[in-house]
Design a protein around this ligand. Sequence first.
Ligand SMILES: Nc1ncnc2c1ncn2[C@@H]1O[C@H](COP(=O)(O)OP(=O)(O)O)[C@@H](O)[C@H]1O
Ligand SMILES: [Mg+2]
Length: 314
Amino acid sequence: MNRIRAAVIGGGANCEHEVSLASATSVAAALSPGKYDVVRLAVAEDGEWHDASGPIGLAAAIGVLTSCDVALPIVHGPRGEDGTLAALLDLAGVRYVGSGVRAGALAMDKWVTKLVAGAIGIATAPGELLTAASSRACRWTGPVVVKPVAAGSSQGVTLVTDPEQLTAALQAALALDERVLVEQVVSGREIDVAVLGDGGFGRTVSPALEVVVDGFFDFDAKYGGGAEFRVPADLAGSDRKALEDAAVAMYDALGCRGVARVDFFLTEAGPVLNEVNTMPGFTAQSQVPRMFAAAGLAYPDLLERLICEALVER
Ligand SMILES: Nc1ncnc2c1ncn2[C@@H]1O[C@H](COP(=O)(O)OP(=O)(O)O)[C@@H](O)[C@H]1O
Ligand SMILES: [Mg+2]
């Protein structure tokens, strides 16, 4: 059998650059050398494309990508997961793992995600969309969560419990995006469910994972070991079904491909959607690989499934 030439793209010109590099490094290491020729590419924080030798520029990077059978764009956040890399790969005619332009762009936008969820009857935190101009009129009404519409890894996300912190929180979110959300604080357990497509109509839903964190699930808790993942989450059957149904409904409404991690708060009134990640954290220790491992699908086999889906004729 011919070996598959697979481009693994990491990094990215955004605040999740390092997180994406870690995901891509882990993915590249998990692809069996007996089956894959792995070609590593990275996008630097300034947007420059690099191969293993150093900067090569976008044109040469496209040349590398078109020489590959499949690409794995393991880039979280804006100018990656938001559809931009999918667009580049579509235009270059390269098959790739994961969601296309539309699903990536829709899911990256937390405001649009809310609108789509609302349209199909899935609850989200009530929230208001502000820009730099309209944020000046934002008044304190009680504790809120302020966040950029499109960022990641909790960057620019602030739980505001003191009116004095509101302006700084808005500025921190506006530093990462032109649009920000001011949301009511949802109290509930944080439960994530991953959905994996098979290239057709089949969807595999992972066991749910609970994020147990003392305080806020901020950047330090995410990557500093301050959070514990419980998988499978301890859930009543009816809650599990409600979460799974909502996760699949969001996956389909956004038109996702590959794997998406759908994050919820499980409240007394049922699931409240927080966000959909179309390129979730992908180290072997990240949520999605751990969720599927709990169902008996090992990390290399999960990657294999994603690559097979990408290589299916469409
Ligand atoms: N409305 C909210 N109520 C309570 N906690 C929230 C709310 N929005 C976000 N959070 C907390 O902040 C974390 C990061 O916010 P999130 O919207 O998931 O941003 P990111 O895309 O950076 O992961 C969440 O995992 C959750 O712990
Ligand atoms: Mg999140």
